[in-house]
Design a binder for this molecule. Structure first.
Ligand code: 5GP
Length: 139
């Protein structure tokens, strides 16, 4: 299914494009968390970073690393969050791979998700289960 990002890539929908190469386009998020919030998007459709071709993903992340300090300089941010939401449960709304670059300012008030301690036995069990998954072939 087509998303709004394909329309932006084809210039059918306007966006504030800040960078483009053969593989990747980057434009301002329409509802920025902070000023300068940018989305880095591969031009070829894939659903998210879990399913994108790995070489293409490397290109996306090279552009993220190139752009992040430049965006920070442009808006005079002191930090940056780099995020890829994967799946509806994780807040992915647009099912086309993208990375958020969110400039952060000291005292801007945004908080990270709170962590909470889990019982040691649960931690040991889940670590063992994950190690088991890691050993599975062809996942
Ligand atoms: P997600 O929640 O899928 O990780 O993030 C999708 C992002 O795309 C959201 O932050 C949303 O504001 C942005 N977005 C949705 N529609 C448009 C649009 O038409 N133009 C632009 N520039 N950004 C959009």
């Amino acid at each position: 299914m087509e998303t709004i990002f394909e329309k932006i890539i084809r210039r059918e929908v306007p966006a504030h494009i800040v960078y483009e190469n053969d593989v990747v386009i980057a434009f301002l998020d329409i509802e920025p968390t902070n000023i300068g919030h940018t989305l880095v998007v591969p031009k070829k459709k894939s659903e998210n970073m879990l399913t994108i071709d790995s070489r293409e993903w490397v290109e996306v992340m090279e552009v993220v690393r190139f752009l992040a300090p430049r965006i920070m300089r442009a808006v005079q941010a002191q930090g940056v969050n780099i995020m890829a939401n994967c799946g509806e449960a994780a807040g992915q709304v647009v099912p086309h791979t993208h990375v958020h670059i969110v400039p952060r300012f000291t005292g801007d008030g945004f908080k990270h998700w709170p962590g909470k301690q889990h019982p040691e036995e649960e931690m040991r069990t889940i670590a063992e289960t994950i190690r088991g998954e890691v050993l599975q072939e062809g996942v």
